[in-house]
Design a protein around this ligand. Sequence first.
Ligand SMILES: O=c1[nH]cnc2c1ncn2[C@@H]1O[C@H](COP(=O)(O)OP(=O)(O)O)[C@@H](O)[C@H]1O
Length: 196
Amino acid sequence: MARRAVPRFEAVKLTRYKHACHAMFHAPNEDKLFGRIPMRHTVLMQMRFDGRFGFPGGFVNLEEGLEAGLNRELEEEIGLDVRILGITEGDWAVTEVHDEQNFVSHFYIKKVTPEQIRQIETAATTAKDHGLESLGLVRVPVYTLPRDKVGGLPAFLSNTFIGTAREELLMGLEQEGILSHAEIQKALKASTTRRH
Ligand SMILES: O=c1[nH]cnc2c1ncn2[C@@H]1O[C@H](COP(=O)(O)OP(=O)(O)O)[C@@H](O)[C@H]1O
């Protein structure tokens, strides 16, 4: 479906459109899987009520403001302590307009510490929407297992994602320097081979 990227300041003029904001939280990760495979990085997504993966967030009102609306959603959905880890305008990454659906999607990326990731994960289990709209936060495997070259990110990418969440994940991984363009292309290619 047709969509176009626009700057944040242009998008907020689209008052007749519905606006949604979602956020990707990520942190460095020094851990090694089985004591030898580097986890590389922690990236949070969530399992939604509909069985699809997406980023935490939701619909916002332009009157309340994009970031205020997003923080409200994050508080409800994952119990985020918005006084400490709240999203600001500086975390804005991309806005896409879907004219056919009168819909605007805003995506934010926030780098936090490994300790803050654990705080978010812990708080999420007692959030208002936990077990309802959100079935839990998940860590995205950003590595590819050396043995079969499909396990890890390629297998994860074969899941079903809501809206443009899959594209946002790939953009976030590259933009934040978590994976190189070549590594992402390789994972995408492996994900379509369906050997898992
Ligand atoms: O991670 C995402 N990235 C991009 N769009 C998303 C994501 N999650 C949901 N959406 C879209 O955003 C809109 C709001 O969905 P969501 O279920 O998050 O909001 P709500 O909790 O306010 O109902 C829907 O049109 C949905 O397709």
